[in-house]
Design a protein around this ligand. Sequence first.
Ligand code: FES
Length: 317
Amino acid sequence: MIDVLVSQRRSEAEDICSFELTAVDGSALPPFEPGAHIDVHLPNGLIRQYSLCPGADQLGRYLIAVLLEPASRGGSAAVHRLQVGDRLRIGAPRNHFPLQGDAQRSLLLAGGIGITPLLAMAEHLAARGADFVLHYGARSAGRMAFANRLRQEALAAQVHLHLDDGAPEQKLVLDQALGPVTPGTHIYVCGPGGFMDWVLDGARQAGWPEEQLHREYFAAPVRSQDAEDGAFQIQIGHGGAIHTVPTGRNVIEVLNEHGIEIPVSCEQGVCGTCVTRVLEGQPDHRDSYLTERERSANDCFTPCCSRARSPLLVLDL
Ligand code: FES
């Protein structure tokens, strides 16, 4: 854990503020790779994950940008209440969304606030003269964060900006943006759930293999109304104690009650902190963290939000 101060706060677009974080003791914060995020421990007790933007790291500081979500569970509203001088605790950077070192070409697709990790990637790739293109879509010009940085000479030729309320000819056409399936090209997507599903489903339908698709969700997708929350049982290792997870409670709560603690952070299936091995049974995956391949392997799940399709899950605990 690192103690930091909010050293700058700036409006980047409508409902989007950036916050510069500086170590309380004045030391340089640890370096990070593009795509990395930090856990931010908010004054209201919530822990939220925010991608690190480039721009302050040369000074040993971090920059995060946060959209004030109307349907926020309290995270983004608490961040937007922060003022210069406020003190916070953050975790060290972690990266579940790294650039692939062997990529010959990178296609970056950002929707809304999803620009934050992709801006870091774009600046990194541009500095290395790498082959990449960034498509950034926003609802309107006023909601487009970091537009000035994206129009800078170093990036402008690789960046395509798309506005939902703009002329038809500038709209993002997915087939054209993705182009033909090409080995060595990797696709990176970040943004609202609907945007990400649109891009990822479109890429899959076009034949892009899962290994070339990379994504980072900011929040858990809204669950369909008919998702079932029925009771199931968990067993602590083969032959271990069996506990029931009733409707309305999650695996983490039941385990805690029996003295088994699993570290958690986002508690909504986004960060991967709680991933636990499954020895037997079929999880009902409700996270946004695991890849399709990891889900179908059925050998791990996120107990903070996922449940079971089989009557019993045997956990490697
Ligand atoms: S705590 Fe974040 S995925 Fe479970």
